[in-house]
Write a protein of this length. Structure first.
Length: 118
């Protein structure tokens, strides 16, 4: 299975971006999916999570109310809608698939860079 995050870019503070995480080789519908980010010189941090059905979502306090994660299992894709972006949101964003039974991360995706700067 390969996960690939896409949709990053350079935006100004206050702008929006939508990231996608697409899988090839296996259906994502049986996995809970998480978004992470890693800013330059910092440790990777959890951003958001969505359950396998899309019925439950969780967010880091730093993005709550600004970011929304969703999924389309028919398209094997998970999304992260990011609104009201701030310079401190600048990071490489990546996605990961988590097994429902164990909670272990089984697949990690290549990240996409989001730069928020005026």
């Amino acid at each position: 299975v390969q996960l690939q995050a896409s949709g990053g870019g350079l935006v100004q503070p206050g702008d929006s971006l939508r990231l996608s995480c697409t899988a090839s080789g296996r259906a994502l519908s049986t996995y809970d999916m998480d978004w992470f980010r890693q800013a330059p010189g910092k440790e990777r941090e959890f951003v958001a999570s969505i359950s396998w059905s899309g019925g439950n979502t969780y967010y880091a306090d730093s993005v709550k109310g600004r970011f929304t994660t969703s999924r389309d299992n028919a398209k094997n894709t998970v999304y992260l809608q990011m609104n009201s972006l701030k310079p401190e949101d600048t990071a490489v964003y990546s996605c990961a698939a988590r097994a429902r039974s164990s909670g272990d991360y089984v697949y990690w995706g290549q990240g996409t860079l989001v730069t928020v700067s005026s």
